[in-house]
Ligand binder design. Structure first.
Ligand SMILES: CC(C)(COP(=O)(O)OP(=O)(O)OC[C@H]1O[C@@H](n2cnc3c(N)ncnc32)[C@H](O)[C@@H]1OP(=O)(O)O)[C@@H](O)C(=O)NCCC(=O)NCCS
Length: 190
């Protein structure tokens, strides 16, 4: 699929970092990287959008950005991770997360990646559903655990999801899984 077909999504530029930072600040204040002044800091974003292994995209039109996401790539292993997805609070429920993530999956295909994964938050069914609709499988669910962020107790949970882009590169013959892992893997791939 051609990336240009995904409506109103494009690679982020230096002109976007102020608006991107504002979206994270007002619409994802619970994220540890916002609380630590990173994702909501234009300088931080400015550096990261220059990293050739991070592909940041924005959704919007007429100069107004409504959503942000990134694909982080590990080039030697052909693996990518979709992360930092955030849609402005006022704009949720209109499929924008879907557009952003579809664009990044297309990017992953264009980069020749074999597998793209995501760790969707357990308290964000919208995020899990977005990946499910794009064909991602659920590989695992972590327990809802307690972490201390800057002296505050926060509960976190992640759903590990992934999309096989090149099934021919998957080697099931040489997997050395313990029984429980093997059963889970069979269930996932049934
Ligand atoms: C998660 C988030 C990105 C979703 O963005 P969005 O643009 O509103 O999502 P979409 O409109 O594309 O909706 C995605 C799907 O999830 C569904 N969905 C949304 N909220 C839901 C909920 N609370 N329960 C169940 N399904 C839900 C939608 O109905 C849609 O599915 P459908 O097309 O089958 O109806 C947005 O809520 C957000 O920015 N949250 C804060 C940041 C965050 O948590 N990011 C994820 C980090 S892992």
């Amino acid at each position: 699929m051609n990336t240009l077909l995904v409506q109103n999504v494009r690679p982020a530029t230096q002109n976007d970092v102020e608006q991107m930072a504002k979206i994270y600040n007002r619409s994802f204040p619970e994220h540890i990287m916002v609380q630590r002044g990173l994702l909501n800091n234009p300088d931080y974003l400015s550096k990261h959008i220059q990293n050739p292994d991070e592909h940041w995209v924005v959704e919007g039109e007429n100069g107004i950005i409504r959503g942000v996401a990134a694909l982080a790539i590990s080039p030697p292993v052909g693996l990518g991770e979709i992360e930092r997805v955030c849609v402005d609070r006022q704009q949720r429920g209109r499929g924008l997360a879907q557009h952003l993530c579809r664009f990044l999956v297309n990017e992953a295909v264009n980069f020749g990646l074999g597998f793209v994964e995501a760790f969707a938050r357990g308290d964000q069914p919208g995020m899990q559903r977005t990946f499910e609709k794009l064909g991602f499988k659920v590989y695992g669910v972590a327990p809802r655990f307690e972490v201390i962020h800057d002296g505050r107790v926060v509960r976190e949970q992640f759903v590990h999801m992934g999309l096989e882009l090149k099934p021919e590169t998957i080697d099931t013959q040489n997997m050395l899984l313990i029984q429980e892992a093997a059963e889970l893997y069979r269930l996932i791939n049934k």
